[in-house]
Design a protein around this ligand. Structure first.
Ligand SMILES: [Zn+2]
Length: 471
């Protein structure tokens, strides 16, 4: 759509397809919004249409309805009692984007571009206040999401790209950046209790915290930082709210497409590449550079596959034991970025209890909902997904013990800072809180050397992360 100065795609009122309208854009109106710039208009109409399409259910294939069970991933986690609130939320977000359109005009030609200008005045003060502390480990992404009307991923990522000077350095087109982020946010399924755009925003904020750690800040290039932020923002793109085993056992086409290997991560990566190309975000760069970005983005996102956790962890351990990580080498920097993204993806248990608890409830809700679907269709219930056999506490204690603690212990060896100690401190306290609610589970987990504990380790780590991370 970019560069299209005399034509715009608008939705045909007579069908589900696109039509090309050759009317002068300066005369086009959509709803109550009028446009005064032809090239901007083409982009803005596309931006609004994305939202309109999602509301009225166009492009059903984009969300991937399940062909065999009749499971529609667009509505998988919708709940009847919340049916009234979802449209209201979407309408608020739509209005919010109308504010973006108006305020984006202010951005054009402004000598000092401040992304906060695009926030509604009612929210500007509070959201701006929060963004001033975007590097804080206590950052409340749930509050920030409310203050931005459900647009936390767009605002947070845009702010960080701007703050690091990446937009200026890579000569990124401000409108393309915004359009890309809007599409990214839109392609997350907000009806997923956990794997939604707020999780992506949370991971991006955590990634920012890690990028500021001294060892990384001193060695990472601007290119590394750009990749790290983009990978964090897109790492769960178009997540269906179920894990890989579910897709495999139901013969979902994505499982066949990616040969049952890192199915979700491959899909997240390809979805991100699709949006990069759709928005022409890097089209001004040499082709080999934009291909390199796409390839490295894939390498980072694929690293979040929890079933490969032990591979990455043992490589990390070996490097730390031999003290041979040389961050002057691009391959070593990339490996550290992979580890940072893996940490950011599963850092929920390392946040303060008030935040951590909310994430725990959300991820367990998503697990149990998958289990309910499996029960309904008489499929084998996936580990941790049976609400009658598990509790939030038992799921969390296993996740912390077998997945989170080993990873963050090594991260603290690599980056022995106040932040890494803070994260380990929260992890210990949060685990104790869950254990207090589940005394018999905490007792068995402390028998870590027993055969029974060993026996549960592998399936626990694999299953737990499939919900909470890779994803
Ligand atoms: Zn994730």
């Amino acid at each position: 759509m970019s560069g299209c100065a005399d034509a715009a795609r608008v939705l045909s009122p007579y069908g589900h397809g696109w039509v090309v309208c050759h009317a002068p854009l300066s005369s086009l109106r959509r709803g109550a919004i009028s446009y005064d710039s032809s090239d901007q208009t083409a982009l803005y109409i596309r931006m609004l249409d994305v939202r309109v399409r999602s509301q009225v259910g166009f492009e059903p294939e984009r969300r991937g309805s399940h062909p065999y069970l009749g499971v529609d991933f667009r509505t998988l986690h919708s709940r009847a009692e919340s049916a009234g609130s979802i449209p209201a939320r979407r309408i608020r977000r739509l209005f919010s984007f109308q504010r973006h359109l108006l305020s984006s005009r202010l951005l054009r030609g402004a000598p000092h571009l401040n992304p906060l200008h695009i926030l509604d005045e009612d929210y500007c003060g509070q959201a701006k206040c929060m963004l001033e502390k975007v590097g804080s480990w206590n950052f409340d992404i749930f509050l920030f999401d409310r203050l931005t009307n459900g647009n936390s991923l767009v605002f947070l990522t845009f702010h960080l790209l701007n703050q690091y000077g990446l937009i200026e350095l890579f000569q990124l087109d401000m409108v393309k950046v915004r359009r890309f982020l809007v599409l990214v946010q839109e392609d997350y399924h907000n009806q997923n209790p956990y794997h939604n755009a707020v999780h992506a925003a949370d991971v991006t904020q955590a990634m920012h915290c890690y990028l500021r750690e001294p060892k990384l800040a001193q060695s990472l290039t601007s290119f590394d930082i750009l990749l790290g932020l983009l990978a964090a923002a897109t790492h769960d793109l178009d997540h269906p709210g179920v894990n890989q085993p579910f897709l495999i056992k139901t013969n979902h086409y994505l499982a066949a497409l990616y040969r049952n290997t890192s199915v979700l991560e491959n899909h997240h990566w390809r979805s991100a590449v699709g949006l990069l190309r759709e928005t022409d975000l890097f089209s001004h760069l040499p082709a080999e550079d934009s291909l390199s970005i796409e390839r490295q983005l894939g390498s980072l996102i694929l690293a979040t596959d929890i079933s490969r956790q032990n591979d990455y962890l043992s490589r990390f351990r070996t490097h730390l034991d031999e003290n041979d990580l040389c961050l002057g080498h691009s391959t070593h920097r990339h490996f550290v970025l992979q580890m940072a993204l893996k940490c950011a993806d599963i850092c929920n248990p390392c946040r303060p209890w008030e935040l951590s608890k909310q994430w725990s409830e959300k991820v367990t809700e998503e697990f149990f909902h998958q289990g309910d679907i499996e029960k309904k269709h008489k499929l084998e219930i996936s580990p941790l997904c049976d609400s009658e056999a598990n509790t939030i506490a038992s799921v969390q204690i296993g996740f912390m013990t077998y997945v989170v603690e080993p990873l963050f212990a090594e991260w603290a060896r690599f980056s022995d800072t106040r932040l890494s100690q803070t994260m380990l401190g929260h992890l210990g306290l949060n685990k104790a809180s869950w254990s207090a609610m589940e005394p018999e589970v905490s007792g068995s987990s402390e028998e870590g050397e027993s055969e029974s504990a060993r026996a549960t380790e592998e399936p626990s780590s694999r299953a737990l992360s499939q919900g909470s991370q890779e994803s």
